[in-house]
Design a protein around this ligand. Structure first.
Ligand SMILES: C[S@@+](CC[C@H](N)C(=O)[O-])C[C@H]1O[C@@H](n2cnc3c(N)ncnc32)[C@H](O)[C@@H]1O
Length: 222
């Protein structure tokens, strides 16, 4: 696996909870270094903001000023029934509020020089807004205008294969040739079942696998 030693990422991970595969760090660095200039980036699934902060960090140190948009509604699988979390005094709703608060705190601190535009939307809803060129107020209360071609997408929302396929189709609609898409938890060994979709994308003539690290980073070729 290709990895990067980066002091900031080490310290960020101590303070910012989340899921960050070491191989994804290399992939994010590679994608932001090589993606087309100026085009927006999209992150699907932000949780407490760890990958948001990692993407922003590599943009910062690589001198890229592409704007990052995030899609998350902070509705967690298994929380639909509501009620308390196990034998605790905390409800799923309180947990969700806490995680959203953590996202805002982590991202407003670690991205203070270049705040992303987090949009409270599931990925399908987000792409409908993107398609319509919607102007809206983001989670930080800042104005954002959605839409247009995209240079890089990080897909880390629902890990259900059918939703991941939809996320890919939506990303594909806007990703420019030379743009990148990275799928978390997509390795052959991952339990989520995304691997067949990865092999399918690999078989297309408009994408190439940059690396299986062990998750899949693709570059759109045309
Ligand atoms: C694995 S976590 C993301 C981890 C995050 N990228 C990090 O660095 O820690 C998955 C997130 O995706 C969100 N999510 C689930 N389904 C989604 C969907 N269809 N669209 C957007 N976000 C979704 C969840 O609310 C959750 O915050």
């Amino acid at each position: 696996m290709k990895k990067i030693d980066d002091d900031f990422i080490l310290w960020l991970k101590f303070a910012n909870p989340g899921w960050l595969d070491a191989g994804n760090v290399w992939c994010i660095d590679h994608a932001v270094k090589n993606m087309p200039d100026a085009l927006p980036m999209i992150e699907i699934g932000s949780f407490c903001g760890l990958s948001t902060n990692v993407i922003t960090h590599f943009c910062r140190i690589n001198g890229r000023d592409n704007t990052l948009f995030c899609a998350d509604k902070w509705l967690f699988e298994g929380a639909e029934a509501g009620g308390p979390i196990g034998e605790s005094p905390f409800s799923h709703e309180q947990y969700r509020d806490f995680v959203m608060g953590a996202f805002k705190r982590n991202v407003s601190f670690f991205c203070k020089d270049r705040l992303p535009h987090p949009v409270m939307a599931l990925s399908d809803e987000f792409f409908d807004l993107w398609r319509a060129g919607t102007r809206l107020e983001d989670v930080f209360g800042n104005q954002a205008v959605l839409g247009g071609p995209v240079g890089f997408a990080y897909v880390d929302g629902s890990h259900k294969p059918e939703q991941c396929r939809k996320d890919f189709e939506n990303v594909h609609e806007f990703l420019v040739p030379g743009g990148y898409v990275l799928f978390d938890d997509s390795s052959e060994k991952s339990p989520f079942g995304l691997y067949p979709l990865m092999r399918e994308i690999e078989g297309r003539d408009d994408y190439e696998v940059v690396i299986e690290n062990p998750n899949f980073l693709f570059r759109k070729t045309r």
